[in-house]
Ligand binder design. Structure first.
Ligand SMILES: *Cc1c(COP(=O)(O)O)cnc(C)c1O
Length: 427
């Protein structure tokens, strides 16, 4: 291995010298390989399949361009995500709009942009959607988000299908769900396509997904019988795990896809379902491992029991360690071959004791001005970033085949205050 870290043939130290730090860097080929893995393995002779990227994991125009190029669909969960998609020229007929509490304005925005599918989360949303579609005379398709009540083995905050989840309608509430479908079927512009589930995030094992698929298919069967219909679409959501540290052992994408497809096919045969299309919604697993955050080390601090290496970023660019104890791996990008003799807590510069990006990182002796590279920060890093302590949001660079291009400029202090004003409000 070279002593100086490279990402896709681009020397990290040279990149920082040019662009400054901290900086998010994405290896484009790695994103492309993940997209292709899903597209090549999530296929079946029994039904059409569709891979939908969950845009909350990370978006920018360059990424949207890539998704369009690779013919992926898009999942959005807010007016803002829809706005970004629409400005990015994303085909609205390939967009799914999610959310447990979509506002009237967001529903209107989705219908006006002629989004193909709204994933309805509750009974009240159906009324709202039908009224609005009548008013705007706009056709829209609907999936109903069910809670299949499967407890995926993951962190509580990213578990979404336990009995008391805020998301979706429990499969126990059959009559409510049938009522929603009947109401939709009686409407002029809204078309019921099928069901959606999403059981959580950063899930390694296949078991939870297989269980959820079984419950969903069972429910589809009951629905077909009870309402004398053929449910056409099943969307099994995302949540596929990735490697942050050597402790993480996610199921490889091809095997995960194969298992999901087989589970769905088995159920389709068992219940004689007439599914036309099956969708999945990976977010994290498309972009996480392709992303790196590069920091410069400032001061080193020795306390009674600990040694800290301070970096010029932290919880503002990566909230996940502070939010739910997420773990990461790091290296000193200019000391890749040096023996790891030391243990450091990698601490950010924010005014929170919890602003520790990595606890007990094993590294060579760290010095001021070293470049610290944190791995697998491509998902829920930039998308969850804040301006806490008035820190600017970072720029984003894409690298491929030895070339680098800036795809998001670093924010400036002026941009941070551009909306400050003092205007009288007449009530
Ligand atoms: C967040 C989310 C996803 C993507 O989850 P990942 O863990 O990033 O794959 C997919 N579908 C829905 C509805 C979501 O909320």
């Amino acid at each position: 291995m070279k002593n100086m870290m490279e990402i896709a043939g681009v020397k990290v130290v040279a990149l920082i010298a040019k662009c400054g730090s901290p900086l998010y860097v994405y290896d484009e080929a790695q994103i492309e390989a993940q997209i292709e893995a899903y597209q090549n393995h999530f296929v079946s002779p029994m039904f059409e399949t569709e891979v939908i990227y969950a845009s909350k994991a990370f978006t920018c125009q360059a990424l949207l361009d890539k998704l369009i190029q690779y013919d992926l669909s898009l999942d959005v969960v807010s007016g803002g995500e829809l706005y970004v998609a629409s400005k990015g020229k994303f085909n609205p007929q390939r967009i799914y709009f999610h959310g447990n509490n979509k506002t009237k304005e967001e529903l209107r925005q989705a219908l006006t942009y002629q989004v193909k599918t709204i994933v309805v989360d509750n009974v009240y949303e159906v009324d709202e959607l039908i009224n609005m579609s009548n008013e705007l005379k706009t056709k829209v398709h609907v999936l109903i988000r069910l809670n299949p009540k499967v407890e995926a083995h993951t962190h509580e905050y990213i578990m979404t299908a336990n009995a008391d989840s805020k998301f979706g309608i429990s499969v126990d509430l059959k009559d409510d769900i049938y009522g929603m479908i009947t109401q939709i079927n009686n409407s002029e512009y809204v078309c019921f396509d099928g069901f959606h589930s999403h059981i959580g995030s950063q899930i390694f094992e296949r078991q939870g997904f297989v269980e959820a698929i079984h419950k969903m298919c069972q429910f589809i069967n009951h629905t077909n019988i009870a309402l004398d219909m053929k449910v056409k679409v099943l969307n099994i959501g995302g949540g596929f795990g990735v490697t942050y540290t050597s402790e993480d052992k996610p199921t490889p994408t091809p095997l995960m896809c194969k298992t999901l497809i087989e589970a769905i096919q088995n159920n389709v045969e068992k219940y004689d379902l007439q599914l036309e299309k099956v969708c999945m919604e990976p977010g994290r697993s498309i972009v996480a491992e392709a992303g790196y955050t590069l920091y410069e080390v400032g001061f080193i601090k020795q306390t009674k029991n600990k040694q800290f290496a301070f970096i010029n970023g932290g919880m503002a660019d990566n909230i996940r360690p502070a939010l739910y104890g997420a773990k990461y791996h790091c290296e000193i990008a200019n000391k890749m071959n040096e023996t790891k003799t030391q243990v450091y807590d990698i601490a950010g510069k924010c005014c929170e004791s919890g602003d520790i990006i990595i606890h007990e990182a094993h590294l060579p002796k760290v010095e001021s001005s070293d470049i610290l590279a944190v791995y697998s920060t491509g998902a829920y890093g930039s998308s969850m970033a804040s301006n806490y302590n008035r820190i600017n949001r970072l720029g984003v660079v894409f690298v491929k085949d030895g070339n680098a291009r800036m795809v998001v400029k670093p924010e400036t202090y002026e941009q941070q205050i551009q909306n400050d004003c003092d205007e009288e409000i007449t009530l």
